[in-house]
Design a protein around this ligand. Structure first.
Ligand code: NAD
Ligand code: MG
Length: 389
């Protein structure tokens, strides 16, 4: 019975986001299994306060230091300790008071706290794919050195992880990442050139934070996921393949050396990979809707249109090139998405901006952590200067 497990103390980094709030749904539904020990948010003080009152964590961190006084005042009659600022995120990540970090911060900002948790030997439920895109070699090496298990939360990687259970001695021939294709599947550049923010924010299958929703519309998300898969599963670049599967029922597949393919399937719902990562190796019983094969429906597959969605090509280049190139790609993409979300540049301009940045920032084959940080800053500055941000 699942409720015989010891309670796992979860540190939820990015608790006010799409991943964070769904992780809290899982905790709320399984109070015997999990406690929310740490909650963090960047700027949404109101939701953070509400969450703290409901879940009584040991610690909350508000990233935006200007909001510290308000959060502190709202929680003064509770036992919750309140900290603020970027450094506090790292300091709290290194504390002993929790068992697993659920890394749900978006973007490069998630890297430092996640690294601290890894260095402290904590289990990581990893949603923040940018951590591995930027510095996958260092993060994975430190995870091995500190015996910090990294369990993927990203649905594709959770699928691959689940396919690999019981296959420790069997080499992978390749992994096949499925992509929904996003809201603009089948569209061509003459359509995309006019796409605006609000249109791009509507994803057909998943409801997610703004940045990853735009990444899904440009297919950059799948590119980042190729790089994430390489590091998580110790693959060569050529072992990672992408196939478009618009229904998002197969969450990804692993092909073994005998040609056999395993797939993990289900209705698209991020709570499933979140709770799988949190409870691993157990599965938690739930009442989420089930996929029914008897209902009329189709599962379709096609090759991604990389002539139109060139971000996927740029990410594939970065995957093959390695070094600091994925870090540069990621930084330029964060600037591009930021600018697009503020209607500063068009949909297709995002690709040009990333491409120019990749061509301009010096390549480093084996960067140190410091060099990754420098490449990130240089790429951001360069990309921002191109669009006068
Ligand atoms: P979101 O924008 O909804 O939430 C982001 C969270 O991070 C918020 O709690 C926010 O307060 C915090 N945050 C933002 N900027 C920060 C900063 N500079 N410093 C500290 N905290 C900061 O994002 P999301 O959709 O929940 O995605 C989170 C991560 O999970 C991303 O890396 C994304 O790629 C990945 N992911 C998300 C989904 C999904 O369904 N949403 C699926 C797979 C992977
Ligand atoms: Mg994904």
């Amino acid at each position: 019975m699942s409720n015989q497990l010891p309670q796992k103390r979860i540190a939820l980094f990015g608790s006010t986001g799409s991943i964070g709030t769904q992780a809290l749904d899982v905790i709320r539904a399984n109070p015997g299994l999990f406690t929310a020990e740490v909650l963090t948010a960047q700027s949404n003080d109101e939701l953070l306060i509400k969450q703290a009152i409901e879940f009584s964590p040991n610690i909350v961190v508000i990233g935006d230091e200007k909001k510290y006084t308000k959060v502190k005042a709202a929680l003064q009659h509770t036992h919750v300790k309140v900290f603020a600022g970027e450094q506090a995120l790292e300091d709290v990540a290194a504390l002993d008071c929790y068992d697993m970090m659920l890394a749900g911060i978006v973007g490069f900002a998630g890297l430092k706290p996640t690294l601290k948790a890894v260095e402290s030997g904590k289990a990581i439920g990893l949603a923040n794919k940018e951590t591995l895109v930027v510095a996958g070699d260092i993060v994975m090496r430190k995870a091995v050195e500190n015996r910090a298990p990294i369990i993927p939360v990203d649905s594709e990687h959770s699928a691959i992880f689940q396919c690999l259970v019981g296959e420790t001695r069997n080499p992978i021939e390749k992994v096949i990442l499925t992509a929904s294709g996003g809201p603009f599947l089948g569209k061509k550049p003459n359509f995309l050139v006019n796409v605006k923010r609000d249109h791009a924010l509507q994803h057909p299958n998943w409801s997610m934070g703004a940045k990853i929703t735009i990444d899904s519309a440009t297919l950059m998300n799948k590119g980042l996921e190729m790089i994430e898969a390489k590091w998580l599963f110790n693959l060569k670049a050529e072992q990672v393949q992408v196939v478009v599967h618009p229904q998002s029922i197969i969450h990804s597949m692993v092909q073994f050396e005998d040609g056999s393919i395993k797939a993990q399937m289900g209705l698209p719902d991020m709570k499933l990979p979140i709770q799988y990562a949190m409870a691993f190796p157990q599965r938690i019983k739930n009442k989420f809707p089930r996929y029914d094969f008897r209902k009329p429906g189709q599962l379709n597959f096609e090759e991604p249109d990389t002539k139109t969605f060139r971000n996927l090509l740029l990410a594939t280049d970065a995957l093959f090139k390695g070094g600091n190139m994925p870090c540069i790609l990621n930084a330029a993409n964060e600037i591009a998405v930021f600018a697009f979300l503020r209607n500063r540049i068009g949909f297709l301009d995002m690709t040009d901006l990333i491409e120019k940045t990749m061509q301009n920032i010096p390549f480093i084959e084996k960067p140190t952590l410091e060099e990754y940080f420098e490449s990130d800053a240089e790429a951001r500055n360069f990309a921002a200067s191109l669009i006068k941000l």
